[in-house]
Design a protein around this ligand. Sequence first.
Ligand code: GLN
Length: 304
Amino acid sequence: MTSIPAILDEIRQKMACAEDRGKAASYIPELASADLQKFAISVCLPNGEQWSTGDSRTPFSIQSVSKVFTLAIALGRYGESLWRRVGREPTTKAFNSSQELEVRKGIPANPFVNAGAIVTTDMVLKGASPAEALGGILQFLRVAASEEDIHINRDIAASEKMTGHKNWALAHLLSAYGNLDHSCELTLGTYFHQCAIEMSCEELARSGRFLAGFGKKDDLVRQSSVKRINALMLTCGHYNGSGEFAYRVGIPAKSGVGGAILAIVPGKASIAVWSPGLDEYGNSLLGTAALEELSNRMEWSVFS
Ligand SMILES: NC(=O)CC[C@H](N)C(=O)O
């Protein structure tokens, strides 16, 4: 059988030749100029091995992958009562759509669409200043990734604060329905900074180990939460592209518009990919193709 490093390298070479590389997330000005040639993949195994290839030490903003970590923190703090404020159903709408939020009377469909993540951030913010809440999220990530050097890119956060009009609209709608405990300014300011956390592919892969059932998992979440977070990643992690992703890749995963995807093979691997070009749903085009290839070759689909 071909070794994991050889498979990763073959995947990297294949992705380097791809002509259609997707489009960068231009609605956040700081992300619009991302280099579409960048590509990285990193895999952590239960025995402590980590294999990486490509631009695996280059930092990028994790964007919506951060929603996994705020969900983990909020679930730990609030348990099942979290679901009074956020649903756990997949959606057929875009990640930043307000349509469904109106229909659902201010209860977002799930914690991975923007409205849902704004609510979980609002919950993490309770009893803390934005700086303290962000410090808690960073601390969670530093433990998960076994890496102290994880920071926020303030330029990216500021860029989104200026132009993220859909998120402002979502926050105001949530507020109108009584589903925000803080001002839109405070909650969204925290949310934009959380999305602008920078990590490399290697760090991101390590930060998912607790969801794959290894690494420093006991320090971070209960086993019951792991099961639930993975279920949500599988059904909602790619928004209205989640069915397509499950069909092609078959692994719980969460994408971000920075081009990262964190994918979890329970008991077997924590994987991160990064390629900044996105598909029509805002998910990394080549990241998805790479994960499809890896999951096929390793027989890592949870359905296989
Ligand atoms: N899908 C994403 O990664 C979205 C995150 C981005 N910060 C936003 O709120 O629009």
